[in-house]
Design a protein around this ligand. Sequence first.
Ligand code: GCU
Length: 849
Amino acid sequence: MLRLLALSLCASFATAENGLSAWLRYAPLQGGQHFHSSVPSHIVALNSSTVSPVYIAGQELQQGLKSILGKQCNVHHAHYGGGSNIVVGTVAEYSKAYGALSSTPDLLDDGYLLDTIGNTVQIIGKNERGALYGAFAYLSKVAQGNFTKVAEVSNPSAPIRWTNEWDNLDGSIERGFAGNSNWFSNGSIVSNLTRTAEYARLLASIGINAVVVNNVNANASLLTPTNIEGLGRIADVMRPYGVQVGISLYFSSPTAGVKGQANLTNFDPLDESVVQWWSNVTDQIYEHVPDMAGYLVKANSEGQPGPLTYNRTLAEGANLFAKALQPHGGIVMFRAFVYNPLNETVWTADRANAQIEFFKPLDGEFDDNVVIQIKYGPIDFQVREPVSPLFANIPKSAVAIELQVTQEYLGQQCHLVYLGPLWKEILDYDLRVDNETSLVRNIISGERFNHSLGGYAGVSNVGTNETWIGSHMAMSNLYAYGRLAWDPTLDAQDVLQDWIRLTFNTNPSVIDAMTQISMESWPAYENYSGNLGVQTLTDILYTHFGPNPQTQDNTIWGQWTRADQKTIGMDRTVANGTGFAGNYPPEIAEMFENIATTPDNLLLWFHHVNYTQLLKSGQTVIQDFYDQHYAGAATAQTFTTLWESLQGKIDDERYYDQLFRQVFQAGHSLVWRDAIANFYYNLSGIPDEAKRVGNHPYRIEAESMELDGYEPYAVIPFEAASNFTAIVVSSNTTAGTAQTTITCPSGTYDVAVNYYDQYGGASHFVVSLANETIGEWTSNLKPWIGNSEGPRVLGHTPSIYIDGHSAMRITFSNVTVTKGDVLKIVGTPDGNDIAGLDYVSILPLGVVE
Ligand code: GCU
């Protein structure tokens, strides 16, 4: 079966660039034949078991060199000949076959030695997994045309380098934007696990060593005997790649009536029958998955059950699983994402304090095989958050950082946001514990507080879509996650450029354009979504996608901005506010306590200020809001142009797919810009000094047109429509018409139409000028359905409403417009999609508004 898989992977190298091979395309290197002599002709993989990582390494090297250089190498599994070979294996196997190494490399578990000096390439792992990682590292160099001689030892920064996948047993994926689960369907594990094996291969190539396969909002029925057997099958296909399986647990499983398991009357972690229950189930799992990595537990969080129900501590809850896993060598990743609903009228209430309140008192009470898994910020994967202070507050506990590869709050793979720089800022942050250097990356590696456990959990949520994650460019985030977990000292741009060379090609103009877009993408997204530390101003009650700032406040969820007519921001000072700033070690606490020393980009995270508060830049808060939202959206427009410069320089398939997404992002960034700027203008009444906000000289509001079968519609939230108003068809079975006479001077213009694409139907629009059609389109957003066949679709969580998530823009370029022409739009509704229209912009060439 593995041989077949290897063949099918091989075949996929030569086929269309659909994204499936990601950075492991092994594209032929230009002039590859000239490098044949730089690479030995024989591969010695020192394990003949087809399910061993070393065997896989041999296959991978053979396929890779054939594909990249056109060089056919033979693979052997024992000492071979006297000539130059690529030898891959563990230190132990190497010594057996070739005698002891001249000097013993300083290798940690999973580490490798890659020595290309001399006429033999040595790839020697501390363990089998390390040997496979070394093989991938070598192939990565060859694929990038890098034949520099190296003798390097590479060790992982931390032992835990996992992904978390929020896959549900029914096949859906929470916060997944790329189709359904590759391994679950209809309550059980699918029989065809080809994609699962391919995913393990990708993960191995970036040093990821375990995957938690099911959602943190877990389902007890994962623990039926049939599903446990299924987990064994998943583990079997991942094991050859050195990837272990972990699972998320539902805390009250003992009382959930799991088929095939005893049903108890309580789930108290100190009750002997409960302890026994988990121990039995754990033993059963290890029978099928002898190398299971461990459990991930979300307890007493967002409605999930946990030990607090029985007045037991979170540590007692975590240790319940730790004890069951301990004999098998497994670990518990216990999530720190615990908080209670709060009341915003209480000035000192603060969700950001919850982790400290829950976990700090428990430091020292967790068993040795418990790791506290902490999101990078104290709230929830926002576009900018300060580092979670919990990293500095539980020195006696092993910790891991939770990063989100899937872009839940960051554009859901429909906006390009390269996250390497965000993660680097967090990982490089110095928390100054005890006034000493305390970089987050050294805390999570275990180095700072002397723990042998620690590391990384990346919420990836890949799906069945061929791009894995929902867009070709977003895969840079999965790649960067693995590379940074292995070595967080790497530079985010260098990592990105490795990815570009491997995923696309080595053409300098391709690398330059993609680098520019990617490196500018996080700042741009921050600017047009929520700057100054106010958080991503998305709709936190619905899709987490488009703008909706007012949903942050007046809820129990504590993602508050406390914006009113005069002021905005959370007062998290010790002196007057929630006290959160005081959770940091003194040097950091002092900095955040004072406005004067708080960086502008976190001002509203820590301080409640007037809109007229001056920033360090000399600008007021409100004017900076306006300016940055305009600047961010303007940058997003340049991404389209930059991307267009790639036509013909990369394959058409990926070029057009990403172009579609860049055009969407450019349009949606304007929706964001206008919504946020209008919202705060409306709230504060303070006009934009540059007179942009609320002033749109090129727009024709749909509601001001002559309507037939269309009627005005007051959009909620108001800021998601220009002039607060859109139009929708009067009957959802009949087309509507909106028309107007052009009053601008005759000339050539770009005509942009802002409309809404609701889920649950595919309405159709036709735009004409003087009865000549200038464009038509079907508004057909739908979630990914298994694969990318058919029209391109966006994978974000859809909206059934006319709002900031469904708002879209389409532009027709270089249209000849004559003064006096009748501009007409006919919208035909379909199903629940009522052909909503916001405005038309007649734009002089070069203007985007
Ligand atoms: C966020 C996310 C949820 C998820 C939760 C978690 O709130 O929106 O979908 O379950 O984080 O991380 O547990």
